[in-house]
Design a protein around this ligand. Sequence first.
Ligand SMILES: Nc1nc2c(c(=O)[nH]1)N(C=O)[C@@H](CNc1ccc(C(=O)N[C@@H](CCC(=O)O)C(=O)O)cc1)CN2
Ligand SMILES: Nc1ncnc2c1ncn2[C@@H]1O[C@H](COP(=O)(O)OP(=O)(O)OP(=O)(O)O)[C@@H](O)[C@H]1O
Length: 229
Amino acid sequence: MKNAKMKVDFHGILEVGMSFMDEEQRTSDKGEWRRRMTAVRDAMSPDEREQRSLQLCVLLELEVISVLRKRLERPLNICAYGPFRSEASALPLINKCWKMGDQIFAPRILPGGEGMELRKVEALSNWIPGKWGVPEPDPLHTSIRNGMQPLDAVLVPGIAFNEIGGRLGYGGGYYDRLYAGEQGTNHSETTLWIGFAFASQVVRDPLPSEPHDLRLSGLATDEKVIWFN
Ligand SMILES: Nc1nc2c(c(=O)[nH]1)N(C=O)[C@@H](CNc1ccc(C(=O)N[C@@H](CCC(=O)O)C(=O)O)cc1)CN2
Ligand SMILES: Nc1ncnc2c1ncn2[C@@H]1O[C@H](COP(=O)(O)OP(=O)(O)OP(=O)(O)O)[C@@H](O)[C@H]1O
């Protein structure tokens, strides 16, 4: 792990450091982070996860979503996700959004594995277990999002985050590709990409970063919401 040590010590030259790393080193570096941070998340009791998820949802609704609703003077279009393994659950926020008339979309991995589509979910029963058991909208009971509709916010799941916009997911690159696909659309500038996680998933270290990584607008945890430049 010589290179990984170098990255931690020379925070400011992360990009330069990474460019000297070969593919194998990058992958194992991410693998190590994924193992370590999944264990942190798994160690929380189901009760604590539920409690902290509720706190996170209340905070995000209060500080961001309700403000956005007022500012735009219309119901919102939000991309969320069905909770999986020990992830932070956005379900309390999703329920609130449904009550407020917002539209909720969720990702479905495309059958070929190349990327994902967003489908409108209107009830919990719209989610069914998909590839790897990941909850996904049932294609028989949900419709595909019309790409012309602006996405006001995307709640981005992940295994680890830091306070400078770094994020590590499960390694499919799905959210990175979703982000890339949204760039250049007429509403892409206004979409808020918000990391959604427990505070214990936020690390002080620079996480392995690559040019294809999505640019988060902010990060919401059960402790606070922060914004990146
Ligand atoms: N709730 C939720 N939904 C989501 C995501 C997510 O992170 N959370 N995704 C975010 O992108 C996408 C799913 N991405 C995933 C990618 C890999 C694995 C997974 O289980 N990978 C195996 C290894 C597979 C292999 O190497 O062949 C594993 O971790 O054991 C799960 C989800 C879309 N939906
Ligand atoms: N815009 C893109 N176009 C094509 N492939 C991409 C794109 N972004 C990422 N990928 C592919 O996805 C792979 C995995 O990326 P990465 O390790 O950053 O995933 P991740 O962000 O942890 O996962 P996820 O976004 O699914 O939670 C990359 O090696 C790359 O091949």
